[in-house]
Structures are given as structure tokens and as C-alpha cells.
Design a protein around this ligand. Structure first.
Ligand code: NAG
Ligand code: NAG
Length: 146
């Protein structure tokens, strides 16, 4: 009985935490970007029934160098921090989850390579305002200039 209760509690906890996750709505994974280019990063926060209070995000670009970004634990590095501050997603269009757009600039000194775009997200969950931290990431490409 005790075990069942614990499992039920864990399941409820895990699903409430999963439900609070953000997603990078744009750009799409594997998008080509240029050094110096402004890109719009759309940070989605799907609507959930469980309550949460948004605190902040930080957006970083990590140059993966001569290796593929998938060989790097990109959750541990933000690299060049292009934005850090408040996050206030809003429901703007019925077909999309609540989101906020951030315009960030690809550092001009970046060489052709794979770069990892990571968004670190901090929020407070539930009646007890439990601290929650996660990192979402996608890989972008800086192609060789011809
Ligand atoms: C990128 O955004 C910055 C800051 O908003 C602006 O000053 C700059 O002109 C933009 N650059 C391009 C290429 O649009
Ligand atoms: C990014 O995050 C996903 C999980 O959403 C993970 O599978 C992937 O390996 C991560 N790394 C890169 C470079 O995309």
C-alpha cells in the first residue's frame, strides 16, 4: 500500500513536471544561420492545468567546433549567453501554445560549424512553488560561405 501510494505520488509529480516544460518553437532544428544574423527564438510554454509561475530563461549559443553537437553534453553549457531575463509567454494565436519571441544575434566571430541553441528555463511549480530548472536545446548550422 505504501509503495503504491509512493508510485502514484511519483507519477503525479513526474507528469506535473513534464507538463511544465518549454519547447523551442522556432527556429527549426538544422536551420542554417549566418554570423551576425538576427534570429527569432520562439520559446513555447504549452498550457497546463497545474499551476506554475514563470521566473526566467537564458538563451545561449554554443559552438560545437570540429565535432557534432550530439557528441557534446550541451545541457551543461550555454556558451555565448544572448539573452537572460524574464520570461512571460502569452497566448497570441489560437493554433499555437503560449509563447514569447526573443530576437538574438549570432556572434559575428562564429566559424562554419554546428552550433547548439540552448534555452535554460526556471519556474516555480504548484501550490508549494517548487523550484524547477530545465534546459531545452536544438542544433543549428553555420554553413561554409561560398
Ligand atoms: C539585429 O538587431 C539589432 C538589435 O535589435 C539591430 O541593431 C541590428 O541592426 C539588427 N541586425 C540586422 C542584420 O538586422
Ligand atoms: C538536445 O536535446 C535533446 C532532447 O530534447 C537531445 O536528445 C539531444 O541529444 C540534445 N542535443 C543536441 C545537440 O541537440
Amino acid at each position: 500500500m505504501q509503495l503504491l501510494l509512493t508510485l502514484a505520488w511519483l507519477a503525479a509529480f513526474v507528469s506535473s513536471v513534464l507538463a511544465q516544460r518549454i519547447a523551442i518553437g522556432a527556429p527549426a532544428e538544422w536551420t542554417n544561420v549566418k554570423p551576425g544574423q538576427n534570429i527569432t527564438v520562439r520559446v513555447d510554454r504549452p498550457n497546463t492545468l497545474s499551476s506554475s509561475q514563470e521566473v526566467a530563461i537564458a538563451i545561449g549559443l554554443w559552438p560545437c567546433g570540429s565535432t557534432a553537437c550530439s557528441n557534446i553534453d550541451v545541457q551543461e553549457v550555454l556558451g555565448n549567453v544572448l539573452y537572460s531575463g524574464p520570461y512571460a509567454p502569452k497566448l497570441v494565436s489560437p493554433g499555437l501554445p503560449p509563447f514569447q519571441n526573443f530576437i538574438v544575434t549570432v556572434p559575428v566571430h562564429f566559424q562554419p560549424q554546428e552550433v547548439s541553441l540552448s534555452v535554460a528555463h526556471f519556474s516555480l511549480i504548484g501550490a508549494g512553488f517548487e523550484p524547477f530548472l530545465e534546459v531545452a536545446n536544438i542544433t543549428l548550422i553555420i554553413p561554409k560561405a561560398n
